[in-house]
Each structure stands twice: as structure tokens, then as C-alpha cells.
Design a protein around this ligand. Structure first.
Ligand code: PGA
Length: 256
């Protein structure tokens, strides 16, 4: 399975920086990285059209950072899944911990959004993860299990669902979970999915939380880590591509 290298730009940059970052990433997608990795960037919604114009007909896919649980109508400020698809996106990030924390998104709302995303032909990158106190209490698998059981809605398949495990305490903090902790959680998620989805072994499970070129090889070499969801380091083409280049297969190829 190819690794999915996903950039979450959050609320950063302007039109000019979005365009130059996209161009730099596209320029760096050589045959070597494309053999082992798929790529998606998720810019702020207002930059999607400009990013898509550069990414169209390249191997770089584009995604949104959120979508509505409604298709259309009087929902001021919202963007529907069909609009995201119409703008040329293939992916949408849903249930990021920042949306759960600052916008009070519940698992039920995230599931409803995912159902709309699937219907619109989008793949949902659904985020799950425990807080620091939940991990300290040894409850991380219980928490992630509950989140997964609630967010996997009707129409979820191995093709249209990507799970991103992002321990909340590791996001933007420079702290990463240990490889043993990441491996244990990803194995748990894989087992969980096997009871819920057909072909669950084909679902990509991403790790997210302070991923950077220096720790990417260790994380991406774990059996059930099928890619990364990258925040801060996705804002620099060199770091974003550096993470892909650190994928273990690429290391081996480059060394050969
Ligand atoms: P980070 O963010 O890489 O800056 O920790 C990850 C994320 O929020 O998806």
C-alpha cells in the first residue's frame, strides 16, 4: 500500500504563498517519491481554487479542511461537500481535534459530515486521538475505540475512508508519541476496523502530531502506519517532501 502524505495547512498563508508552496511541492514530485507515496494538500478553503489550478493534471491531490453536514441552503459561512468536490478536491479532513475543541464538533456531527462527503465522492480523512490526561489514565484505546465506533457512518468503505490517529497532546507541540505507542494504537485501529469494514486491511491509517523529516522514517516504517497527516511541517515544501523521502522504501532506494 502506498503511503499517504497529507498536508494540513490550517489557517495559514495567503494566496501568493499558497501558490508558491503548491508549485514547489509539484516540482518535487519525482518518480522516486511517487512510487511509494500519494500526496494531498489541504489549504484554507479560499485558496483551494488557486491550489487546484496548479495541482490539476499532476499527482498532487487537493483536500478541504472541513465540510458541512448539510448539502445546501441557509447555513451562513458553511461549505458543503458537493462544493468541495466541485472545487476539484478529492479529500476532506473531518473531526480534527482543533475542530472538536474550538468548534465543539461531536462524533455524531463528524459522522454526518463523513456521510455527506462520501455521497459527494470525497474521501474523508477522519481524525481521532486522545488527550494527554486520557493517555495518562491509560484510556487511549478506549477513547479512540469510542470515537471510531461513532464516526464510521453509512457508506464508509476502504476507498473513501482514511483514519488519522493524532494524539491531541502531540499536535503542534513538538512532542511525538513513541514508536511503540504509535504501533500499539495503529494495530488497535486496524483490528477495530476489521470488525467494521470490508477490505479493512486497505484502509490507510495515518499518524499525525509533530511529524517532521527527522522522525518520519521511524514512524513511517511501522507496520500499520500508512502515511502522515502533517501540520506545521507541511508549510515548507522541503520539509513536506522530506517526510515522503524519509519513507523507508525511499531511503532504501536512494541508498541503492
Ligand atoms: P502538527 O499538526 O504536524 O503541526 O503537529 C498535525 C495536525 O494537526 O494535523
Amino acid at each position: 500500500m502506498k503511503k499517504l502524505i497529507a498536508g494540513n495547512w490550517k489557517m495559514n498563508g495567503d494566496l501568493a504563498s499558497a501558490k508558491s508552496l503548491t508549485q514547489e511541492i509539484v516540482n518535487g514530485l519525482n518518480a522516486n517519491v511517487l512510487e511509494t507515496c500519494d500526496f494531498v494538500v489541504c489549504p484554507p478553503a479560499l485558496q483551494i481554487a488557486a491550489v487546484q489550478e496548479i495541482a490539476a493534471n499532476t499527482a498532487l491531490a487537493v483536500g478541504a479542511q472541513n465540510c458541512s453536514d448539510q448539502d445546501k441552503g441557509a447555513f451562513t459561512g458553511e461549505i458543503s461537500a458537493p462544493m468541495v468536490k466541485d472545487a476539484g478536491c478529492d479529500y476532506v479532513i473531518l473531526g480534527h481535534s482543533e475542530r472538536r475543541q474550538y468548534f465543539a464538533e461531536s462524533d455524531t456531527l463528524i459522522k454526518d459530515k463523513a456521510v455527506k462527503a462520501y455521497a459527494a465522492g470525497l474521501a474523508a480523512i477522519i481524525c481521532v486521538g486522545e488527550t494527554e490526561s486520557e493517555r495518562e489514565a491509560g484510556k487511549e484505546q478506549d477513547i479512540v475505540g469510542i470515537q471510531l465506533s461513532k464516526v464510521l457512518g453509512e457508506g464508509a468503505t476502504a476507498e473513501n475512508t482514511v483514519i488519522a490517529y493524532e494524539p491531541v497532546w502531540a499536535i503542534g507541540t513538538g512532542k511525538t508519541a513513541t514508536p511503540d505507542d504509535v504501533a500499539a494504537m495503529h494495530d488497535f485501529i486496524r483490528r477495530f476496523l476489521s470488525e467494521k469494514l470490508a477490505d479493512s486491511e486497505r484502509v490507510r491509517i495515518l499518524y499525525g502530531g509533530s511529524v517532521k523529516p527527522a522522525n518520519a522514517q521511524e514512524l513511517l516504517s511501522l507496520e500499520n502506519v500508512n502515511g502522515a497527516l502533517i501540520g506545521g511541517a507541511s508549510l515548507k515544501a522541503e520539509d513536506f517532501l522530506g517526510i515522503a523521502n524519509a519513507a523507508p522504501q525511499l531511503k532504501a532506494q536512494n541508498a541503492a
